[in-house]
Design a protein around this ligand. Sequence first.
Ligand SMILES: NC(=O)c1ccc[n+]([C@@H]2O[C@H](COP(=O)([O-])OP(=O)(O)OC[C@H]3O[C@@H](n4cnc5c(N)ncnc54)[C@H](OP(=O)(O)O)[C@@H]3O)[C@@H](O)[C@H]2O)c1
Length: 287
Amino acid sequence: MTIAITAATGQLGRLVVDELLARTSAEQIVALARDTSKAADLAARGIEVRPFDYDRPEALAPALEGVDRLLLISGDAVGQRVAQHAAVIEAATASRVPFVAYTSVLHADTAQHLAVAPDHVETEQLLADAPFAVALLRNGWYSENLVDAAAQAAGSGYVLTSAGDGRQFTAARRDYAAAAAAVLTAETAEAATYELAGDTGFTQDEFAQLVGELAGATVTAQHVSTEGHRAALAEAGLPDGLVDFLVSTEQAVAHGELADPASGTLSGLIGRPTTPLRETLAGALTR
Ligand SMILES: NC(=O)c1ccc[n+]([C@@H]2O[C@H](COP(=O)([O-])OP(=O)(O)OC[C@H]3O[C@@H](n4cnc5c(N)ncnc54)[C@H](OP(=O)(O)O)[C@@H]3O)[C@@H](O)[C@H]2O)c1
């Protein structure tokens, strides 16, 4: 069986490759990379590396030759990625790939505030019309997304938030990678939708407290309205797009869109508890 991973040189892709190597042999893995020169270390581990740039649609189908299971890792070019994903789906169809797993976002179909959700919804619709079996890996937020905010809060002593008492259930990138590897190496590749999130959630007050503990400082959450938050971020000089993204993410947290309390789907897939936020932040803050 041949398992291929797109964006194999990205942070998630590399972790998926590591997780696959723990479950299967290098000969069964194909690393698809936009820039194959970045994948020399993967080739050195006995993995076949093939060029795969979402923006070169004509070259995609040949690179999927003989692939039995494909992991399509969502692109990072917001505004272009639905077209990029469409090109990959077309290539997978042309190459008769029987099974595709796609990294979507938690509650993609119901989230009202999450700025990244619409691209994932459109991609999920394209996948629904494709002739192969599809596993939707609806990944929640990476805990690593919070590292910069934690470092900033450790320095300033506060977390500015408009998320109220909303809880988010993050997990480490490596947890999502392990889930992808589990789905890709399952005995039978089945069409399914997985809502994937950390085992435990936290409010922004709890986040501030945790950062304070790790930094040995007093850190508190400063609660502001959505508009107050937007104004403060703009005043701090953040570009409009980033302000929109940050504020909409807070709204998503406030409305429970980055929460999946007690489903245990992610820890069930990976056969262990998800990595606690404390562990991810402790590792990053002491680096
Ligand atoms: N759930 C979350 O919290 C969260 C957070 C951030 C991102 N994401 C999503 O998850 C994806 C993977 O996350 P990550 O942490 O691995 O991000 P990352 O480290 O930034 O990796 C992005 C990968 O996408 C590849 N890529 C970009 N444009 C491409 C193209 N035109 N053709 C082929 N490959 C292309 C990059 O290739 P190069 O290696 O050549 O640069 C890179 O390998 C992201 O792309 C994004 O869609 C989710």
